[in-house]
Structures are given as C-alpha cells and as structure tokens.
Write a protein that binds this ligand. Structure first.
Ligand SMILES: Cc1cc2nc3c(=O)[nH]c(=O)nc-3n(C[C@H](O)[C@H](O)[C@H](O)COP(=O)(O)OP(=O)(O)OC[C@H]3O[C@@H](n4cnc5c(N)ncnc54)[C@H](O)[C@@H]3O)c2cc1C
Length: 379
C-alpha cells in the first residue's frame, strides 16, 4: 500500500521543484501575457529529462516510474500551468504512445528525439464534431498506392505551433465505430498540412494550440500500431495523460494556496492579519484537504499505471477530483486576495484562468463521470 515517496522519488521531486522555481516561475507571467509557445523553457525542461520522464533510458528518457513523472508535472505546474500541459502532451500522448505501440523503425525515427526534447509532439484527436464524442471522427484515411491519403480537420491541437510530429487519428473502416479508427505518425512538415492559429484562449496561454487541415499522403510505415485499433491507443494514451493532468491541477491548486497564505498573513483588516479570521482559515483548510485527497488518488492512479491492472477508472477519478479541487482552490484564493487577486496580471488571476482547462481537456469532468459511472453501474 503506497502512502509515501521513496528517497529517490523525493530527491527527484525536490530537484524539479528547484528547477521550476529557478527557471520556470520567472517566465510564467511573460508566457501567459505573450501567449507565445515557450520554446526556450521547453528546451530547458528537456535538459532536465522532462520530455521523456517515463520513457526508458534505452530510448533517451529518464526511465522513471509514473509517480515520479506525476511529481515532476505537479512541480512544473506550480510554476507554469502552460509548460506543464505542453510536457504532458509530448510525454503521455506522444512519446509514451510511440514507446508502447511503435515498431522499431518508428522508435528510431521519433522516440529518441521526442524523449530527449529535440522534437516536440502533438496529439490530434479532437475535431469540430468529435469532442467528448471522440469516436465520431470525420477525418478519413483511404488507401492510396503504398500508403494512405488522410483528409480532414483537427482542432485545438496543443504544441502544434512547434511540433515536428503529430499522432493523427482517422477513420479507416467507415461504420465500424471505435473499431475502425487508425493512428498515424504524421511529420508536421509533410506537404498538405495547413496550420491555423486558434483564437486567443482564456488560460494555459502559450500552449501552441492550432487547428490543422489535412490533405496529406502517408506511407504504410507511418501507421502507429494495428490498423483499425487507433481508438484503443488513444484511450491508452489518455489514461496516462489524465494522471498527468491531475498532477498539473494539483500544482495549480497548490500555487493558489501559496498565494492565499502569503496574502492572508500580510494583509491586515480590523487591525489584524486576515489569516487570524476563522472564515479565511476554513477556506484554506477545506481546499488544502481536498487537494491532499486528490493527491492520494493521483498517486494511486500513477502507481497503477506502472502495473498491470485496469487503470482508466482510477485515472478518471484522479483527474476529476484534482481538477475540481484545484478549481475550488483557485476560486478561494481569489476570494482571500479579493481585489488584489482580481487585478489583471496578479498570479491568482492567471491561476484562476489556467485551472479551468483542467476540467475540459483530455476529457471533460462529465466525460470522467461517465467513465466512473459506467464502472460503478457495470454498464
Ligand atoms: C486548452 C485546450 C487544449 C486542448 N488540446 C487538445 C489536444 O492537444 N488534442 C486534442 O485532440 N484535443 C485537445 N483539446 C480539445 C479537448 O479535448 C476538447 O475540448 C474536450 O474533449 C471537450 O470537447 P468539446 O470542447 O468539443 O466539448 P463538447 O464535447 O461539445 O462538450 C460540451 C459540453 O457538453 C458536455 N457533454 C458532452 N457529451 C455529454 C454527454 N454524453 N453527457 C453529459 N455531458 C456531455 C461536455 O462535458 C461539456 O460540458 C484541447 C482543448 C483545450 C481547451
């Protein structure tokens, strides 16, 4: 039964916290303000092995367990939610998926470069008509010569601004639902890909989200995993991604609590620091407790990811609990800072915007509840 970290996990966590405080935190406000993809900070994170934390050393990763990866994402998110989200895409949704389903050629071509941070990855599942209903893919991949012709549109593709490769999902057997979708590894410089910048977003600004139009030819060698099994692979990747987004949410929530505590101790009203008032103390106590509970679910789901047991429901519970606890933490931090938090450019104002995405991407809270309820009801 897991209740604490090993000395190695603790040391790794502390080293990433130091990196996040020293290198990432000073850039967080500028990343948010400019909305530009932070390639310099990603390169710095790559230098710490943060683009392939759970990828084996043989392929250029750190070869660490999933809990260590979750600890790293939480530490980074405490400094910059944007950087953490970008790392989750390359790690969980691309590099780990190539390690899991890729053949030797694909691993040689992409995995080492992804895990070492030379290449950034993107994951293109969502479409205008396929959000929560991700199986409703309209993108088609039709046999053409020795490969496939992929035609369609993907939306909200994070990292697309700088990615060299994208995992693209397309229907190969129309009418077969989740059993007729195939995953492809598509180089982003292939002729026939049009990148379109998305409108400005509320939070996690600088995530490099773009919409992509495909009119592209790919070879057989770019099929990732078995033909028609791509949806299963997408769900496999999202299990890890949801654990990591839970960790991201925890980091944002902790940052909000840090800000609230700092302010509550410094700000005096009625002659006393507001931290002395029970109304403030109870807000802090509640959100600290809910984040701690969510952290246990996140750690449990991370440990399960390394094991053999079915993990989807645990990852969904972790993401649901952590994202909602973090949302509440940011909300209460805003209440405790009041006008000081409501000011444009305050840290809490940024956290309040950033945290909202954790309840939307990699499956909304409703999608997580559907998965949990189906397990509970046995349907
Ligand atoms: C910042 C950001 C980054 C993203 N990055 C990526 C990425 O890299 N790759 C990618 O593929 N996608 C990405 N996405 C897309 C994201 O995964 C989708 O936005 C998400 O899955 C929800 O889809 P939707 O926005 O179309 O909402 P919809 O599916 O239209 O849902 C709208 C509302 O209806 C609810 N709903 C839908 N169906 C049901 C139901 N059956 N029962 C109850 N409620 C339901 C939803 O929970 C939600 O509240 C990103 C999104 C954002 C905001």
């Amino acid at each position: 039964m897991l209740l604490d970290l090993t000395p190695e996990q603790r040391a790794f966590k502390e080293s990433i916290e130091q990196f996040a405080r020293g290198v990432v935190a000073p850039r967080a406000a500028a990343i948010d303000e400019s909305g530009e993809f932070p390639l310099d900070v990603i390169r710095a994170a790559a230098g710490r092995g943060l683009l392939g934390v759970a990828v084996s050393k043989a392929w250029g990763g750190l070869g660490l367990d999933y809990l260590s990866y979750a600890l790293a994402i939480e530490a980074v998110a405490r400094a910059s939610a944007t950087l953490a989200a970008s790392l989750v895409v390359t790690n969980s949704l691309v590099a780990e998926l190539v390690a899991y389903a890729g053949d030797q050629f694909q691993k040689e071509q992409w995995l080492r470069a992804l895990a070492s941070g030379k290449t950034i990855g993107a994951f293109a599942l969502s479409e205008p008509e396929a959000g929560t209903d991700a199986a409703n893919q309209q993108t088609r991949a039709v046999k053409a010569g020795a490969g496939y012709r992929i035609t369609g549109q993907k939306v909200w593709v994070a990292n697309a601004d700088a990615a060299a490769v994208a995992v693209v999902f397309a229907v190969t057997r129309p009418g077969a639902g989740t059993h007729g979708i195939t995953a492809f590894l598509v180089p982003m410089d292939a002729p026939g890909i049009t990148r379109r910048a998305r409108d400005d977003s509320l939070g996690v600004r600088g995530l490099g989200c773009m919409d992509l139009d495909f009119e592209v030819e790919v070879g057989e060698s770019q099929v990732l995993g078995p033909v028609d099994q791509g949806f299963r692979l997408a769900m496999w990747a999202l299990q890890g991604g949801r654990v990591a987004i839970a960790a991201q949410a925890l980091g944002i929530g902790e940052a909000a609590i840090d800000e609230a505590i700092r302010h509550a101790k410094a700000r005096k009203q009625f002659g006393e620091p507001i931290a002395n008032y029970q109304a403030i103390q109870w807000m802090l106590a509640d959100v600290a407790t809910e984040l701690a509970a969510a952290r246990m679910l996140t750690w449990k789901a991370a440990v399960a990811k390394d094991g053999q047991e079915s993990r989807m429901v645990g990852a969904s519970m972790a993401k649901l609990a952590a994202s909602e606890a973090a949302h509440k933490a940011a909300d209460k931090a805003m209440q405790i800072l009041a006008s000081a938090g409501y000011r444009r450019g305050s840290v809490v104002e940024r956290l309040f915007r950033d945290v909202r995405a954790t309840e939307i991407y990699q499956g909304t809270s409703e999608a997580q509840r559907m998965i949990i309820a189906e397990r509970e009801l046995g349907i």
